[in-house]
Design a protein around this ligand. Structure first.
Ligand SMILES: [Zn+2]
Length: 190
């Protein structure tokens, strides 16, 4: 095979960028983009060339921020307790009396499938916990390798940038996982 840079797929990076560049995404597309981004993190970690490429590091971080925004929005939609508080308790209780059989769970779509009721929402929560945890682990492995190779190349400012921005991403991911777990726990006890 000819050596043309490396075997990392620019096409899959483009696909993830196109997907996460949208304003709104259904949950299945968010989860798909999340797994694909994790695969790209993995192949970048394994690639001697891409791991040192500043442009790809910055791209990965930007995509991570986008993805976490989508995860956060999905989680806000999944957890009834996370819907923004209404100005008064009365308005809040009114909003739960919308004509539906979902008992206060907002209706969501998973591809073509409508997700309804507590069981459906439990599945979504599990999928989101799994996705956030996987992203969290994948980022940490990438970052360790990236820091080493970037330091070797004397690009410390990027390491600092990565630390600052990724630190916030990891904090937010941990918070989201905590919220999902807490909500699951409270649902179990009720
Ligand atoms: Zn590569």
């Amino acid at each position: 095979m000819e050596h043309i840079g490396c075997e990392c797929s620019a096409t899959s990076r483009q696909r993830v960028a196109d997907c996460l560049g949208q304003e709104k995404l259904p949950l299945d597309r968010i989860l798909e983009a999340g797994s694909e981004l994790c695969i790209i993190f993995g192949s970048t970690t394994d690639c001697n060339r891409c791991i040192k490429t500043k442009r790809i590091s910055k791209w990965l971080i930007q995509m991570t921020i986008r993805l976490i925004c989508f995860y956060e929005a999905a989680i806000n939609q999944t957890l009834p307790s996370r819907t923004p508080p209404a100005t008064s308790g009365e308005a809040n209780s009114l909003s739960l009396q919308q004509p539906s059989t979902t008992m206060g769970f907002p209706e969501m779509r998973f591809g073509e499938v409508h997700i309804e009721g507590p069981e459906g929402h439990l599945l979504i929560k599990l999928a989101l916990v799994e996705a956030c945890s996987h992203l969290n682990e994948t980022i940490q492995i990438w970052k360790m390798t990236s820091d080493e190779s970037l330091e070797a190349a004397d690009q410390k400012h990027l390491v600092h940038y990565n630390d600052r921005v990724l630190g916030r991403c990891l904090d937010l991911l941990a918070k989201l996982i905590g919220l999902l777990r807490l909500d699951g726990l409270m649902a179990d006890q009720s």
